[in-house]
Design a protein around this ligand. Sequence first.
Ligand SMILES: [Mn+2]
Length: 257
Amino acid sequence: MRSFIVGDVHGCLDELDELVATLDARAEDRFLFLGDYVDRGPDSVGVVRRVRELMARFPASAAIAGNHEDKALRDRARRRPGPAWTARASDDDWRFLESLPLLLRLPEHGALLVHGGLYPRFFDLYESIGEVPADWRVGGGKRGERLRRFLRVRTVSGQGAFVALGDEAADSRHWSSVYDGREGFCFFGHDPQLAPPEPLRAAHALGLDTGCCFGGRLSAAVLEEEQRVAPKALRALRVVSVPARAQYAEPRAALVE
Ligand SMILES: [Mn+2]
């Protein structure tokens, strides 16, 4: 079984189909999606349904939540109007979005998947991620609140604390540059890499959002069966990508979440 770990799709259905065709999956392979299926691109509902189809066709597949799914679910819970695609999502689509986990561990690869990332301050408080409560979206108290930051983190302070978008200071840096690998090698999305549209490589993490919706590329890391992802083996990590067919959103939008 090979694993294809796919970065932020954001409604780019044509590019997802092209990437899937390029990867030429066998029945025993699996797709692992890093979240942010919706918004920005031309066909959010189409992507949600394609992800669901791929999970049915390749039963070992899985998908985690991104902050865009999280926002849509919160808006819906509060009966606030959402973007246009939300009116076309079916009950099954919503149930799928609600079911997405915060993270996925891949012990066989020494890795885990999380949409935004892991910030050091969390581990000052809890040492390890431990159990994620089933109601992680809304519950879990203060710890749940801190877990939910894994959906959104890009930069951290000099002390390793989560820094909200727009609050960056001179000593802020990308979380992946200070992550020590304690929870395993981390595959993440969320932070579009556009200049150039190449994965963000750190010692213990790989960022696979290569900004497809902004006219960049849609990327997937390819893990062979039993391939352990260790810092020394990083160069052996294969990434396959396809170019965006258009620029669907302004890169500026990346800075307003
Ligand atoms: Mn995101």
